[in-house]
Design a protein around this ligand. Sequence first.
Ligand code: PLP
Length: 457
Amino acid sequence: LSQGISKEQEIAELDKKYYIHPTTVPKTFVEQGPKLVFAEGNGMNVKDVNGDTYIDGVSMLWNVNLGHGNQELAKAAYDQMTNIAYSSSFYGFSNERAVRLAEKIVSLAPGDLNAVYFTSGGSEANETAFKLARFYWSLKGQDKKRKIISVSNGYHGATSAAGTATGIDAFHSFAGSEDTNILNAKAHLTNCEAGDRNDPNYEGSIRDIIEKEGPENVAAVIVEPVQGAGGIHISPDGYLKAVRDLCDEHNVLLISDEVICGFGRTGKMFGVDNWDVVPDFMSLAKGITSGYTQLGGVLMSQEIRDTLVEYDKILGHGFTYSGHPTACAIGLKNLEILERDGLVQNAKNMEVEMKRGFEYLEDKHPHVTKTRALGLLAGFELQQDPSTNTPFDDSVGAAGIVDDECFKRNLILRTADFEKGVNILAIAPPLIVNKEDIDKIFNIIDEALTAFEKKIK
Ligand code: PLP
């Protein structure tokens, strides 16, 4: 300990001075310092530098799907690094781990999604999908097809194009980085996407935008099967199929952003598998390595792959860490464990336990409403009066209070309430979670809600 201050204080001071944090309010952070400094993790739990243990109720950033401290993943990384730390995939070189992981992912993917382009994370995956979609149309002699349509409350990353596709204000126009070829539609309006132009929500729907812009100008539509950061919005039945049909009708490519949903999170291998829809591209990241290292990728259809491989000039797109051998070795081991331990099915089974927990909370706590879960991607809302759909005033900060009360009780959840007048809490534990863990999580939320009710009285 330096100068008689604790390790936590020392890190906090250094942090405030030297470290700019992603998706954090800088002014508040510099005034208050870190809420917690993580030190170690094991299974469902993490410890801070003081040795206090917390339940990780959101798999950190919905990515640590195998839980913390997995020795098999660590060993896979060690073995690969001591074999060859890094090898380029550029200029005709290759490496076995990347090839085998691509083959494995293809074997798990639905339909004819038959080739993979690797990236370092999810934003790069979406950037890549957008560029490849536009490039594909150029190769097909349709140079005008440049526009990408995303939907409100979608989260697709923070780089310029992916950030513009992100339908959340704070990201959408950050530092003037908008891409004018990316347009934001209203989300989840099944009837419009299915063709009902008389639906009162038609204005601003994906269909409306395609028709107004002209399909000859539209390259692709991007959607998350379940919106994560934007508020745990599960696609209504029929929605993704309607979007798929709409894209087919207008010769537009469909990108499914599976960065959260992919690799078992929703109780199926991929989010789209819940509705048997096959997109043209899938963006992947997070659960591909359970967050043990950075990796992302884009799966593409056979048709897109076959068109690309006919191109006889350099494909001017790539990242130093595309197909990083260590990341791919971890990815391979991660997918092996996911299958060996039946974790996709476990996510489906635990959905039932979560729904039971939600029923209990809704019965007992008057402000809890709109509970939902698909696999282990779950959330609930808080409203002043659910019977009349009356929200809390934003000044109450309802979701923030409940989140803090959970945190005080050593449970990490997260708010997903970028929208005004909406208070959403997200729950997405690692896929290794069992019934006892879920009971613990819901008992803490139960206590936190009681504390919240007292506070707002
Ligand atoms: N897409 C979705 C659905 C995400 O949730 C995220 C990150 O949270 C991204 C894309 C961006 O991924 P990354 O942060 O790895 O760039």
